[in-house]
Design a protein. Structure first.
Length: 299
């Protein structure tokens, strides 16, 4: 189940045995800087600094599962790959590149890391790492939840921007639309008047604040470039009681703390955006667990 994404992760995180690195033709290799991950077209890592033999090279690193994939992808005919100083592969399959040194990683990666990654990808549990998630330190969870929450609010901001575009930038109108949606009403004048006269229960009020007011305030802070206001929005969520739903309860059963709306909104982002689609390599929790697997079986 090895993928190029996992190979990128291994290279970027340095989860391979670096002792006596050498190219396929026996030249010693020292990784001074593995490079900047490139999510666009072109080589996988840019601005790397690699010492090969006695020469320090600055350039790009291209990665493949097999050496022959260089030819399959026609990189030799693509000028974007002229600056590649090292071709890193999982396994050498006999294809030689006379002008680009090749480094093979397969013998240098812990078997436990590959085994654990396979378990994550094949898991049918509530979340892929359900059996080990309790071992992740609270500090990892705290920083990851903040990133998840910010990601969720940015996504909601995109929706709010679409509503603003449809209402000629009428913030008040958009506010009422959001409140009506989460109060369970329709969007019209009578509904607005009805909502204004409602005496909401605590759960309903929290639902409106979390899903309508907070995202609107965050969107307004972003529109006005008010970073301090964004921080206040996150703090306000920490003062609201945790939501109760099946996703939150599922995480709680696994020992994941969820005491405020800050926590629950982060978890509601994590489950569908990362766990369900197996984005474990992009998840701080998955990253931590894979690191632990690598440490347990050093090469």
């Amino acid at each position: 189940m090895l993928t190029e994404q996992l190979l990128h992760f291994i290279w970027q995180a340095g989860y391979y045995n670096k002792a006596e690195l050498a190219t396929l033709d026996g030249q010693p290799v020292e990784i001074m800087h593995s490079g900047r991950y490139n999510r666009n077209s072109g080589p996988d890592f840019l601005q790397a600094r690699i010492k090969i033999g006695s020469t320090l090279f600055a350039g790009a690193v291209e990665m493949h599962l097999r050496t022959s994939h260089w030819r399959q992808h026609k990189h030799s005919a693509d000028a974007a790959y002229n600056n590649v100083v090292l071709h890193v592969v999982w396994a050498h399959d006999g294809f030689d590149l006379p002008h680009v040194p090749v480094l093979e990683l397969q013998p240098r990666v812990a078997a436990s890391l590959l085994h654990y990654y396979r378990q994550l990808m094949e898991s049918n549990l509530f979340i892929p790492c359900a059996h080990l998630v309790h071992a992740v330190p609270p500090l990892v969870w705290e920083s990851w939840k903040e990133r998840l929450l910010t990601e969720r609010l940015v996504q909601k901001t995109t929706h709010i921007q679409q509503l603003l575009a449809a209402t000629q930038n009428d913030w008040e109108q958009v506010c009422w639309q959001l409140v009506a949606r989460y109060a369970g009403g329709t969007v019209n004048k009578e509904a607005f008047e009805e909502i204004a006269g409602m005496v909401l229960g605590a759960d309903a009020a929290d639902r409106i604040i979390i899903n309508a007011i907070i995202p609107l305030l965050f969107a307004y802070a972003q529109a006005t470039s008010n970073e301090a206001q964004k921080e206040k929005v996150l703090q306000w969520l920490q003062a609201i009681t945790a939501e109760q739903n099946s996703i939150v309860e599922g995480f709680k059963r696994l020992g994941v703390s969820a005491t405020t709306a800050f926590d629950t909104q982060a978890l509601l982002q994590l489950k569908p955006a990362y766990c369900d689609v197996r984005r474990c390599l992009e998840c701080a929790v998955g990253y931590r667990l894979l690191k632990q697997a690598q440490v347990q079986d050093p090469q």
